[in-house]
Design a protein. Structure first.
Length: 208
């Protein structure tokens, strides 16, 4: 029995190491899958044609700082006014836990310097993390519900916003292989809706 026990322990330890390695590989592949799905150019043209209450919005998300992690430069504008974007952010995509992922949101120091730079992502090599500011409480926590399918949202009232009299903003996101659905809304201190799409999420179809 004394001879068998050490060998048994070795087998158990070896099996655990193999399982951990497989788990790590799975986690890496899922994070890469999410990061890849978020990349590209999108627009809501189809939705806007069907429902006039939605604008045709252009959404561009392209990787930057590829040696530092999973960072995306994000730019949104009316499709007809892409030289005047209304939102410019940097997202950092990481694993949050065994079953969830986080997309943290950062603000750029001088937005106007980066308009259209999704076309030349290497331009961001001239700045670093110290030049951007984290929007506390605005990270989107996502879960993988199926291959190439993630769903997530921000905290109910954790993301501060002062736009149009709001006290906080709330985002709900669904990411698939060919589209991203995003529902951003602002609420006042009493929880009353003050801005954002009323009916539901914007549907951004991938065009590139």
């Amino acid at each position: 029995m004394k001879r068998i026990l050490p060998f048994t322990l070795i087998l158990i330890l070896f099996s655990n190491c193999k399982n951990e390695t497989k788990s790590e590989m799975s986690e890496d592949s899922e994070l890469k899958e999410l990061f890849s799905l978020m990349q590209g150019s999108f627009d809501s043209e189809i939705q806007a044609e069907v429902d006039s209450s939605y604008y045709n919005i252009a959404l561009h998300m392209y990787p930057i700082w590829e040696d530092k992690g999973n960072f995306l430069y994000v730019e949104q504008a009316l499709n007809s006014m892409q030289n005047k974007p209304y939102r410019q952010r940097i997202y950092e995509v990481t694993r949050n836990s065994d079953s969830t992922f986080s997309s943290a949101v950062y603000k750029l120091d001088v937005d106007s310097l980066w308009i259209g730079k999704w076309k030349t992502p290497k331009a961001f090599d001239s700045i670093s993390l110290k030049d951007i500011a984290l929007k506390e409480g605005c990270d989107v926590i996502l879960s993988r519900v199926a291959p190439n399918h993630f769903i997530g949202k921000t905290g109910d009232a954790s993301c501060a916003s002062t736009m149009r009299g709001a006290s906080f903003a709330r985002s709900e996101v669904e990411i698939l292989e060919d589209k991203i659905m995003s529902w951003d809304r602002g609420f006042d201190a009493k929880g009353h809706y003050v801005w954002g799409a009323e009916k539901g999420a914007y549907i951004f179809n991938k065009i590139d």
